[in-house]
Design a protein around this ligand. Structure first.
Ligand SMILES: Cc1cc2nc3c(=O)[nH]c(=O)nc-3n(C[C@H](O)[C@H](O)[C@H](O)COP(=O)(O)OP(=O)(O)OC[C@H]3O[C@@H](n4cnc5c(N)ncnc54)[C@H](O)[C@@H]3O)c2cc1C
Ligand code: FES
Length: 255
């Protein structure tokens, strides 16, 4: 079990990137030093915390971003927060993504609220990669977030939606499969809902490069104590998403 202490951070900016979504920029030297793919556990009314990934990391300004979609009472409470208010957080927690290796093409895949940590990885590490392709997917155009953020950094992401309301109709897996055939040694960085990651897991069975998947499992304590977040691992073992992940190498998981 890892030690983690809670502390307060001030909200300095509130953005509304899409209906039902909010991005809170908080001031914190500690959180700004996080690795893309790590998360912070934010206190919401009651005693429960909610895990949220970092959407932006700016150590020069001591700022980090938390972009979330409202799905229940905790995220609804966070949606209502305003600049100059405070959040109680634990973090940065968990294992982040591995930076892209020099000389290897890099594929970034983000689905729904899995897009923010993938964007953070791209923003921090894009200059290290030989080349980077970005594929973003969501249920509908209204759920497809951060495409403009990628464009501002010079990327032209491929977009997919389940209903075809923006980009290609379908999931990120079809364009990813085609791209990976052309780039068999590419490094893959992905975060999204479980069905997307399960499909990517299958699609990369014979892929020769490193594949990392960030899971969005439901959590309790966030620090390795309660086992609420365990997922199956090879050899009939289990792994805790909060401390062993949320980022896992493909070979560490079983879908
Ligand atoms: C490591 C990690 C990083 C995350 N990063 C983000 C992020 O950057 N942005 C973001 O919007 N969300 C993120 N999530 C998901 C977020 O934590 C949940 O949406 C949130 O905890 C829901 O709290 P709630 O009180 O609003 O909803 P609840 O009342 O707890 O649940 C409402 C509904 O959402 C479902 N739900 C709750 N938690 C999850 C989950 N983890 N995965 C799938 N369904 C869930 C419930 O089954 C229920 O149907 C992350 C989760 C993890 C584990
Ligand atoms: S959430 Fe408690 S062990 Fe992972």
């Amino acid at each position: 079990m890892s030690e983690a202490s809670a502390f307060d951070v001030r909200i300095v900016e509130r953005r509304a990137p899409a209906p039902n979504h909010v991005e809170l920029i908080v001031e914190s030297r500690t959180l700004a030093q996080a690795l893309p793919g790590q998360f912070c556990h934010v206190l919401t009314p009651g005693t429960l915390r909610r895990p949220i990934s970092f959407s932006r990391l700016d150590p020069s300004a001591d700022q980090a971003g938390l972009l979330l979609q409202v799905v229940g009472s905790g995220t609804e409470w966070l949606y209502q927060r305003r600049p100059r208010e405070w959040l109680n957080v634990m973090g940065p927690l968990g294992r982040g993504f591995t930076p892209p290796e020099a000389g290897r093409p890099w594929l970034l895949l983000g689905g729904g609220v899995g897009i923010p940590p993938v964007y953070a990885a791209y923003a921090v590490w894009r200059s290290r990669a030989e080349s980077a392709a970005v594929i973003l997917g969501a249920r509908t155009a209204a759920h497809l977030i951060m495409a403009d953020d990628f464009r501002r950094l010079g990327s032209e992401p491929v977009l997919t939606t389940d209903d075809g309301s923006q980009g290609f109709q379908g999931t990120v897996i079809e364009p990813a499969r085609a791209w990976l055939l052309e780039h068999p040694y590419a490094q893959v960085t992905a975060c999204g809902p479980t069905p997307m990651l399960a499909a990517l897991y299958q699609a990369t069975q014979n892929h020769k490069g490193p594949v990392e998947l960030a899971l969005e499992q439901r959590m309790g304590c966030g620090i390795g104590a309660c086992l609420a977040c365990v997922v199956p691992a090879p050899a009939a073992r289990y792994r805790r998403v909060c401390t062993d992940g949320p980022v896992f190498r493909r070979e560490e998981l079983v879908f």
